[in-house]
Design a binder for this molecule. Structure first.
Ligand SMILES: [Zn+2]
Length: 240
Protein backbone atom coordinates (compact mmCIF):
# COMPACT_ATOMS: atom_id res chain seq x y z
CA UNK A 1 0.00 0.00 0.00
CA UNK A 2 1.36 3.35 -1.00
CA UNK A 3 0.49 5.98 1.54
CA UNK A 4 -0.12 9.56 0.43
CA UNK A 5 0.06 12.26 3.08
CA UNK A 6 -2.39 15.13 2.77
CA UNK A 7 -1.86 18.77 3.70
CA UNK A 8 -5.22 19.51 5.27
CA UNK A 9 -5.71 22.93 6.94
CA UNK A 10 -7.18 22.80 10.45
CA UNK A 11 -10.56 24.15 9.34
CA UNK A 12 -10.96 21.40 6.74
CA UNK A 13 -10.34 18.39 8.99
CA UNK A 14 -14.02 17.54 9.16
CA UNK A 15 -14.28 17.63 5.37
CA UNK A 16 -11.29 15.27 5.04
CA UNK A 17 -12.83 12.89 7.57
CA UNK A 18 -16.14 12.80 5.70
CA UNK A 19 -14.36 12.01 2.43
CA UNK A 20 -12.82 8.99 4.10
CA UNK A 21 -9.23 10.11 4.74
CA UNK A 22 -7.45 8.32 7.55
CA UNK A 23 -6.05 10.17 10.57
CA UNK A 24 -2.56 9.30 11.81
CA UNK A 25 -2.70 10.47 15.42
CA UNK A 26 1.02 9.93 16.04
CA UNK A 27 2.10 12.06 13.09
CA UNK A 28 -0.94 14.39 13.35
CA UNK A 29 -1.60 14.04 9.65
CA UNK A 30 -4.39 12.94 7.31
CA UNK A 31 -3.57 10.42 4.61
CA UNK A 32 -5.10 8.18 1.97
CA UNK A 33 -3.78 5.04 0.36
CA UNK A 34 -3.53 4.30 -3.32
CA UNK A 35 -6.80 2.37 -3.36
CA UNK A 36 -8.52 5.79 -3.17
CA UNK A 37 -9.49 7.88 -6.15
CA UNK A 38 -7.37 10.96 -5.36
CA UNK A 39 -9.69 13.39 -7.21
CA UNK A 40 -11.67 14.61 -4.16
CA UNK A 41 -8.38 15.09 -2.32
CA UNK A 42 -6.64 17.13 -5.04
CA UNK A 43 -6.38 20.36 -3.07
CA UNK A 44 -4.59 18.60 -0.25
CA UNK A 45 -2.12 16.50 -2.20
CA UNK A 46 1.47 17.24 -1.22
CA UNK A 47 3.66 19.18 -3.59
CA UNK A 48 7.28 18.09 -3.75
CA UNK A 49 9.99 19.96 -5.65
CA UNK A 50 12.85 17.49 -5.19
CA UNK A 51 13.05 13.77 -5.92
CA UNK A 52 15.87 11.23 -5.76
CA UNK A 53 16.19 7.47 -6.08
CA UNK A 54 18.14 7.33 -2.83
CA UNK A 55 19.46 9.91 -0.37
CA UNK A 56 21.83 10.61 2.48
CA UNK A 57 21.00 11.55 6.02
CA UNK A 58 23.81 13.96 6.93
CA UNK A 59 24.91 14.67 10.47
CA UNK A 60 27.61 16.75 12.09
CA UNK A 61 28.23 18.69 15.29
CA UNK A 62 28.29 22.43 15.51
CA UNK A 63 28.51 25.05 18.27
CA UNK A 64 25.08 26.39 19.17
CA UNK A 65 25.05 30.17 18.57
CA UNK A 66 22.96 30.61 21.71
CA UNK A 67 24.73 28.53 24.43
CA UNK A 68 27.97 27.72 22.51
CA UNK A 69 27.81 24.01 23.44
CA UNK A 70 28.30 21.57 20.58
CA UNK A 71 25.13 19.96 19.32
CA UNK A 72 24.26 17.39 16.65
CA UNK A 73 22.56 18.75 13.55
CA UNK A 74 20.89 16.77 10.79
CA UNK A 75 20.43 17.53 7.10
CA UNK A 76 19.21 15.92 3.90
CA UNK A 77 21.63 15.40 1.03
CA UNK A 78 20.63 14.17 -2.40
CA UNK A 79 23.08 12.43 -4.75
CA UNK A 80 24.04 13.54 -8.25
CA UNK A 81 21.16 12.66 -10.54
CA UNK A 82 18.43 13.96 -8.27
CA UNK A 83 15.59 15.81 -9.89
CA UNK A 84 14.60 19.28 -9.00
CA UNK A 85 11.84 21.56 -10.06
CA UNK A 86 13.21 24.65 -11.74
CA UNK A 87 11.35 27.72 -10.62
CA UNK A 88 11.40 31.15 -12.20
CA UNK A 89 10.68 33.01 -9.01
CA UNK A 90 9.92 32.45 -5.37
CA UNK A 91 6.19 33.05 -5.65
CA UNK A 92 4.27 30.28 -4.02
CA UNK A 93 1.30 29.86 -6.27
CA UNK A 94 -0.93 27.01 -5.37
CA UNK A 95 -2.98 27.00 -8.55
CA UNK A 96 -3.30 23.57 -10.03
CA UNK A 97 -2.61 25.10 -13.48
CA UNK A 98 0.91 26.14 -12.52
CA UNK A 99 1.61 22.69 -11.11
CA UNK A 100 0.58 21.12 -14.39
CA UNK A 101 3.34 22.97 -16.24
CA UNK A 102 6.18 22.16 -13.90
CA UNK A 103 9.29 20.58 -15.22
CA UNK A 104 11.90 18.64 -13.30
CA UNK A 105 15.53 18.82 -14.30
CA UNK A 106 18.26 16.36 -13.44
CA UNK A 107 21.06 17.80 -11.33
CA UNK A 108 24.61 16.63 -11.94
CA UNK A 109 26.03 17.15 -8.47
CA UNK A 110 25.02 16.28 -4.91
CA UNK A 111 23.27 18.93 -2.86
CA UNK A 112 22.00 19.67 0.61
CA UNK A 113 18.39 20.69 1.01
CA UNK A 114 17.48 23.37 3.45
CA UNK A 115 14.37 25.10 4.69
CA UNK A 116 12.74 21.71 4.18
CA UNK A 117 9.05 22.42 4.57
CA UNK A 118 7.58 19.03 3.75
CA UNK A 119 8.73 15.42 3.75
CA UNK A 120 6.52 12.34 3.46
CA UNK A 121 6.03 9.77 6.20
CA UNK A 122 8.49 7.39 4.53
CA UNK A 123 11.30 9.90 5.08
CA UNK A 124 10.11 10.79 8.58
CA UNK A 125 10.22 7.11 9.49
CA UNK A 126 13.87 6.98 8.46
CA UNK A 127 14.93 9.98 10.53
CA UNK A 128 13.11 8.59 13.57
CA UNK A 129 15.70 5.77 13.56
CA UNK A 130 18.50 8.27 14.21
CA UNK A 131 19.36 10.53 17.10
CA UNK A 132 18.25 13.94 15.85
CA UNK A 133 16.67 17.19 17.01
CA UNK A 134 14.65 18.01 13.90
CA UNK A 135 11.16 19.25 14.55
CA UNK A 136 8.72 20.85 12.13
CA UNK A 137 7.95 24.22 13.61
CA UNK A 138 7.88 27.93 12.83
CA UNK A 139 11.26 29.61 12.52
CA UNK A 140 12.05 32.48 14.85
CA UNK A 141 14.30 34.22 12.35
CA UNK A 142 12.18 33.68 9.28
CA UNK A 143 8.46 33.18 9.69
CA UNK A 144 8.15 29.92 7.86
CA UNK A 145 7.34 26.45 9.08
CA UNK A 146 10.01 23.92 8.27
CA UNK A 147 12.08 21.09 9.77
CA UNK A 148 14.40 22.88 12.20
CA UNK A 149 17.32 21.50 14.23
CA UNK A 150 17.27 22.37 17.93
CA UNK A 151 20.20 22.56 20.36
CA UNK A 152 20.55 19.46 22.54
CA UNK A 153 21.51 21.64 25.51
CA UNK A 154 19.40 24.80 25.45
CA UNK A 155 16.75 23.96 22.83
CA UNK A 156 17.54 26.98 20.64
CA UNK A 157 16.73 26.77 16.94
CA UNK A 158 19.73 26.27 14.66
CA UNK A 159 19.27 28.50 11.64
CA UNK A 160 19.41 26.83 8.24
CA UNK A 161 20.95 29.85 6.50
CA UNK A 162 23.87 29.83 8.97
CA UNK A 163 24.44 26.09 8.56
CA UNK A 164 23.88 25.63 4.81
CA UNK A 165 24.36 28.97 3.08
CA UNK A 166 27.39 30.45 4.84
CA UNK A 167 30.78 28.92 4.12
CA UNK A 168 32.23 27.51 7.35
CA UNK A 169 28.69 26.64 8.54
CA UNK A 170 28.00 23.10 9.75
CA UNK A 171 27.05 21.86 6.26
CA UNK A 172 29.16 24.20 4.10
CA UNK A 173 32.79 23.07 4.46
CA UNK A 174 35.76 25.19 3.46
CA UNK A 175 38.36 22.43 3.87
CA UNK A 176 38.74 18.66 3.68
CA UNK A 177 38.80 18.52 7.46
CA UNK A 178 35.47 20.33 7.73
CA UNK A 179 34.02 18.11 5.02
CA UNK A 180 35.18 14.97 6.86
CA UNK A 181 33.26 16.09 9.95
CA UNK A 182 30.02 15.55 8.02
CA UNK A 183 28.76 11.97 8.30
CA UNK A 184 26.60 10.65 5.49
CA UNK A 185 24.30 7.68 6.00
CA UNK A 186 23.10 6.35 2.67
CA UNK A 187 19.38 5.55 2.67
CA UNK A 188 18.38 3.22 -0.14
CA UNK A 189 14.84 4.46 -0.48
CA UNK A 190 13.34 7.08 -2.75
CA UNK A 191 13.34 10.62 -1.43
CA UNK A 192 10.83 13.33 -2.09
CA UNK A 193 10.27 16.59 -0.35
CA UNK A 194 9.60 20.26 -0.60
CA UNK A 195 12.53 22.52 0.18
CA UNK A 196 12.77 26.27 -0.15
CA UNK A 197 16.50 26.32 -0.77
CA UNK A 198 19.24 24.00 -2.01
CA UNK A 199 23.01 24.20 -1.86
CA UNK A 200 23.38 24.28 -5.69
CA UNK A 201 22.40 27.89 -5.47
CA UNK A 202 25.01 28.80 -2.87
CA UNK A 203 28.43 29.38 -4.36
CA UNK A 204 31.48 30.42 -2.44
CA UNK A 205 34.21 32.18 -4.41
CA UNK A 206 37.61 31.22 -3.11
CA UNK A 207 40.44 31.41 -5.61
CA UNK A 208 42.92 30.37 -2.93
CA UNK A 209 41.29 27.04 -2.16
CA UNK A 210 43.81 24.48 -3.36
CA UNK A 211 41.54 21.46 -2.87
CA UNK A 212 38.78 22.67 -5.15
CA UNK A 213 40.83 24.90 -7.44
CA UNK A 214 39.98 22.62 -10.37
CA UNK A 215 36.56 24.19 -10.50
CA UNK A 216 37.93 27.73 -10.73
CA UNK A 217 37.67 28.56 -7.09
CA UNK A 218 33.88 28.80 -6.92
CA UNK A 219 32.30 25.88 -5.15
CA UNK A 220 29.13 24.70 -3.48
CA UNK A 221 28.82 22.49 -0.39
CA UNK A 222 28.06 19.51 -2.64
CA UNK A 223 31.51 19.77 -4.26
CA UNK A 224 32.96 18.46 -0.98
CA UNK A 225 30.87 15.28 -1.20
CA UNK A 226 33.74 12.84 -1.73
CA UNK A 227 35.62 14.15 1.30
CA UNK A 228 32.64 13.69 3.61
CA UNK A 229 32.58 10.63 5.87
CA UNK A 230 30.46 7.90 4.34
CA UNK A 231 29.07 5.76 7.14
CA UNK A 232 28.39 2.18 6.20
CA UNK A 233 25.19 1.10 7.92
CA UNK A 234 25.46 -2.50 9.04
CA UNK A 235 21.73 -2.87 9.46
CA UNK A 236 19.04 -0.32 8.95
CA UNK A 237 17.22 0.37 12.18
CA UNK A 238 14.27 2.25 10.91
CA UNK A 239 10.80 0.74 10.49
CA UNK A 240 9.09 0.49 7.12
ZN1 LIG B 1 22.32 25.75 22.82
Amino acid sequence: MLRIDLNVPDEEHEKARKLGAHWDAAAQIWYIDDSFDPTPFMNWLPFYNVHAEFWYLAQTRTPCPHCHEHTTVTGFMLPAGHKMLETDDDDEEDDDETHAEVDYSEQDSPAFLFYVADIPTTVRNVISGFHHTLCKTEGQRIRRTYWINHCEHCGAQQDDADMFAEVGGAFFPSSRKEAAAIQLHRIDEPFMGYCQDISHQRFHIDMENTVLSAIKGAYTAGDWFKWMTHVINVQSKYPH
